[in-house]
Ligand binder design. Sequence first.
Ligand code: FES
Length: 66
Amino acid sequence: MYICICNAVTEADIRNAAAEGVRNLKQLTRLNGCGSTCGCCKEPAAEVLVQAVAEEQAIQNMIPVM
Ligand code: FES
């Protein structure tokens, strides 16, 4: 599903960005332009990013440290 129509950024793109270490909207915008045109996607993009980051951190906490 597209979150940012102006820059063709999907929910999957945002989740992939979180998996690659993106942690805030500024970093996401720098990576793929999300929110940089009309800006109306900033709130839903931030919501997806916050959820994706939380899931990433939960996964990191499940990996046993050797
Ligand atoms: S919909 Fe994302 S900048 Fe316009």
